[in-house]
Design a protein around this ligand. Sequence first.
Ligand code: GLN
Length: 265
Amino acid sequence: MSYPADPQFQQPQQQQQYGRPSRMNESSLRLVWVYPDLLSTYGDRGNALVVERRARQRGLGVTRIDVRSDQAVPTSGDIYLIGGGEDRPQRLAAERLRNDGGLVRAAENGAIIFSVCAGYQILGREFINDLGEREPGLGLLDVWTTRGEGSRCVGDVLADVDPALGLPQLTGFENHQGVTHLGEGVKPLANVRTGRGNGTGDGTEGAYRDTVFGTYLHGPVMARNPAVADMLLKLALDVSALPPADTTWYDALRAERIAATSQPA
Ligand code: GLN
């Protein structure tokens, strides 16, 4: 199979340091959707569907594993997705993921992990749980989450992505009380034009390091931003470009949501 360059996407600058073996010739990508029974608010399930679909559009086989919270998280996945959740399920998910250890081992193996909202907070060092206590996270991202004193961050978001990632503007929906602070070990994923993002008031939204990503955006974020799904596939395959794939449906959704979201000059 030949893979023509796709000028729409640039190669992330960190690509070379990942050192992942190329899976371009292997038959199937292993996509793991973590805890759909606890973490999948606002249709975050759509992220798994879109990553799967974008792979299949390129003729790539995908084996999707949906791991419920009473099951062990496999350590040999290529891409892990973890979604948002209400406060109590979020605490349960954090406890189980800490005890299970599979997601941390997968990260140590260089897996790609993309997390949304509660999932993002769980990947960090700690967050405030539903009991008002400090709950340890997995420490996969150098971020920590406190409870916002003001109103919840709710509404549509537009954000400009770190240029190093070569992605178009992100559109999504946020709904969270947590305020996430970024340490030295991560970079902001994006900067908001509209919306609150990390909620710290500095305009940052989400965080990432190497192949571990966190965002507050639902929507689901992959359906509104298929270039994010493509970025994960490129990282998993260790390629700088993918064959073009039809984006008609996604483009219509993006255009509609971007037009509906006020964009300050
Ligand atoms: N429970 C978390 C908060 O409110 C995350 C919410 C979510 O995932 N939508 O901050």
